[in-house]
Design a protein around this ligand. Sequence first.
Ligand SMILES: C[S@@+](CC[C@H](N)C(=O)[O-])C[C@H]1O[C@@H](n2cnc3c(N)ncnc32)[C@H](O)[C@@H]1O
Length: 273
Amino acid sequence: MQNGHHPDKPYMLATGERAASRLDLLERMFGPATRHLLSAIGLRSGMRVAEIGCGIGLTAQWVSTGVSPGGVVVGVDSSSEQLHIAEKSAREAGTTSLSFREGNAYETGLPRNSFDLVYSRFLLCHLADPAKALEEMNSLLKRGGILVCEDHDDGGIFTEPPTHAYKRLIEISETVNRSHGLDSYIGLKLPRLFYAEGFSQPDVNVNQIALLRGEEKRFWELTLREAAPAILAAHASSADELDVICAEMRQIAQDESILLMLARVTQVWARKP
Ligand SMILES: C[S@@+](CC[C@H](N)C(=O)[O-])C[C@H]1O[C@@H](n2cnc3c(N)ncnc32)[C@H](O)[C@@H]1O
C-alpha cells in the first residue's frame, strides 16, 4: 500500500445512470486527447487491449473499432452499475469484439502476459495504492506491449481571476483525498510510478483544458455534487457551504470573462521490455 495505512475506501463518486451524464461530459473534454494518443502509439487491427477502470465504456468502445478486425478489447471496472451501461451501449452499437468484466484494479483476474495495450484513465486518482494497480497492469502486458495511463492533478484547476469557489474546491479535494488515502497530484507523479515499476523510458505529454463557456464549464460543480456524501463524511465542508460554492461555480460558468483552467491531464506511456 502507498503509505501502509489505507485500505481503499469505497469509490467516492456516483456510479450507473447517476454518473453517466458526468462521464459523457468528461469524455467530450478528454476523449479527443485520449484518441489522439492511442492512435499515435499505434492502435491497430488485431490488437488485444485491456482497459482498467473503464467506467461506462466510452473509450473501450472507441478502441474496439480501432482493433477490428481481429482484435479484442476487455474493459474492467469495480462497479457493476457502470458495466451495465457499458454493456448496453456495446450491444446497441453491435460491437462484438468488446467485453466487460467486474473486477478490481489490483487483481483483475485477466490473463498475464497477454495484452498488446493496457490502458487506464482517471483510475489511479481513485486508488490508495496506485503502484499496485500499475504492477497489475504491467503483468497483463506481453513483452513489447504498451502501458498507457492518464490522470490529472489539482494544480491544474484554477480560475483567472482567482475565485473563492475554486480555491475552496482545491482545499476540499485535498481533505477528502487525504481521508481516502488518495493523492491529489497523482497525474504529475505518473512518470515516477512508471520508472518505479521498471519501465526504463516512459514518454510523457501534458494537456491543460481551459474554458470560457459551455456545459463543460460546470464540470466541477457537477463533480462536487456527486462527491457531496464523501465530502460531508470527511468533514471537508458543510451542506450549506457546498450549496454556496456550487452556486458560485454556476455563475462562473455563465461568465465568459472568467477563464477556468479546468484540468491538467498527464499522459504517460511506455513499452514493456
Ligand atoms: C472517474 S471514473 C473514469 C472512467 C473512465 N476511465 C473514463 O475516463 O471515463 C473512475 C472509474 O474507476 C472505477 N474504479 C474505482 N476504483 C476501482 C478499482 N479499485 N478497481 C477497478 N475500477 C475502479 C470506478 O467505478 C469508475 O468507473
